[in-house]
Design a binder for this molecule. Sequence first.
Ligand code: GLV
Ligand code: MN
Ligand code: MN
Length: 418
Amino acid sequence: MTETPETRAARAVDETRLWDRLMTMASYGALANGGVNRQALSPEDVAARRRMKRWADARGFQVTTDGIGNLFVRRPGSDPEAAPVMTGSHMDSQPTGGKFDGIYGVLAGLEALCALEDAGVATRRPIEVVAWTNEEGSRFRPGVMGSSVFAGRLALDDALGVADGDGITVASALAEVRAAETDIPVRDMGGPVASYIEAHIEQGPVLEAAGKTVGVVTGIQGIRWFDVEVTGREDHAGTTPLKTRKDALKAATGIVTALGRALADPDDVVRFTVGRFEAFPGAPSTVPGRVVFTIDLRHPDGATIERLSAAIAKTSVVEAAGCEVAVRETMNAAPTIFPDEMVATVRRHAEALEISHLELPSGAGHDAMNMHGLCPTGMVFIPCENGISHNEAEAATPGDCAAGARVLTACLTDLANR
Ligand code: GLV
Ligand code: MN
Ligand code: MN
């Protein structure tokens, strides 16, 4: 292997240090079956942020936050005027999430900064690791919230006004986080970024099946989220004849079944998921008067996702069965194609480090969707066991975690010297 600043920094990645940090973070919000529940801006999230701050302080890195609670860890460059290269991901999890989704990218970024220090490699540009607020969107909708605000795609005030299921707003949750972080300065929102590169577990089966260690990510498929509300009428379950009822649950299940048919795809490319489905008032002897459910729709092609979104709106109304139906879009992320040069950068450094690799698109959404458009953006994937993610059983090996961090470190070193 030829010795360059990139390979020198990459070789300083410490597999044990990275793994120990992943396991430490997994203790904040740990669940009985090995997973994690660390909701955005929750006490568990605050504990993870405090831990991150202590690790950063120990190496003399500067820690800041911004108006939506994104957390930044900065290693300075030699040119004080140069825009930073950024890396990172998220620390929040699904309600029954795994130990790697999101947090791996944050800790791989921190590992890159530590490796650069240990190897004594300076860069011209600063490198910043960011933990984006509320990527998952399981507490506050929409997801990828922190990066959306940073990139100017969502107004800060709109994000601050979003409430969780208990009526707690982002603004009030953030005020509690701030109270625990009086030692972290608040910086201005956004700012110039030279480039962004995010590390993540693949969350799918491709790398493992191909026996490859690193994924060179070419882009991210489009994502649409909808909230559907079906309103009927509450009635007595024992006395009201079926033919006069306006049963919101019956209508909603009919809509979901019809959508399954309308979106059926023999090639299995369309992704259609109803992940939340609630009937009200939720009493055995009352005909449900209201049902709310979510739709997550994904496809790599922009025109196709437009067409399928229109079909969702139409089918929901046609199948209303005498009830009122309201369909509200809550997220719209167009398909992303990363620039060739960023894809080539990841590939080149995987090759230089002699780490096996494969090009693939991302089925999952990431904050990188928002950074694309703001600056040249790319991603590095590592395999996860059986492709399982958004599940407590999510697993990755220490060796693969380190390999991904090595490729990330080499890319960041390269990008920060351009
Ligand atoms: C991110 O977690 C996604 O839902 O793709
Ligand atoms: Mn993620
Ligand atoms: Mn996720």
